[in-house]
Design a protein. Structure first.
Length: 189
């Protein structure tokens, strides 16, 4: 299992450009669809935990999934599988290419410009998939869009994302656990 975990996250780290959000759809396909190590709902819960943790999203999600599957050792193996390809690629680039070489090389510049649209698509795809799995509809998309705009506004205090994390946690607690807010729901739900 450890070897499968390492190889899976190594492949994800090796063939994904654009950071953590670009990796999410590939991680979900590998973990949920291909290997069936986790159900989709649990994957979304672990993704939320990984996003709440400080650090790099790709390493966080690998660590959280590895921990869920095989504890601390699984966490370390999955994180190493994710980190190692990028480390080796950056090491090779640092050894053979300087920033000036990249800027002055038309072929490399064209390659990086060609990768940009693909990265945007890789980031948008998991956002849409996650929104569907989380039950976000066009009516409920108002909340995340409003929060994103408020954070983007750069208004002091209002643009602080921590405020919205706390408000979201408080709202979720009141909606699902608060005694006056059950609205006829079964408390065990």
């Amino acid at each position: 299992m450890y070897l499968n975990l390492f190889i899976t996250f190594f492949k994800i780290g090796l063939f994904t450009f654009g950071g953590g959000w670009a990796m999410i759809s590939i991680i979900q396909r590998e973990i949920v669809d291909k290997h069936r190590w986790l159900p989709a709902e649990e994957f979304l819960d672990l993704l939320a935990v990984a996003q709440a943790m400080p650090g790099i999203l790709a390493v966080n999600i690998a660590s959280v999934i590895g921990d869920r599957l095989r504890g601390l050792r699984g966490s370390v193996v999955a994180a190493l599988g994710t980190i190692l390809p990028s480390f080796c690629i950056i090491l090779a680039i640092a050894m053979f290419l300087t920033p000036d070489t990249i800027k002055n090389n038309a072929t490399l510049t064209s390659i990086f410009k060609g990768i940009r649209p693909a990265v945007v698509a890789l980031i948008i795809a998991p956002v849409i998939t996650t929104a569907r799995a989380a039950g976000i509809t066009w009516r409920t998309v108002i909340i995340p869009v409003a929060v994103a705009l408020l954070i983007y506004s750069k208004i002091p205090y209002i643009s602080n994302p921590i405020i919205y994390i706390v408000l979201g946690a408080l709202g979720g607690y009141l909606w699902f656990c608060g005694p006056r807010f059950h609205r006829g729901r079964n408390p065990q739900d």
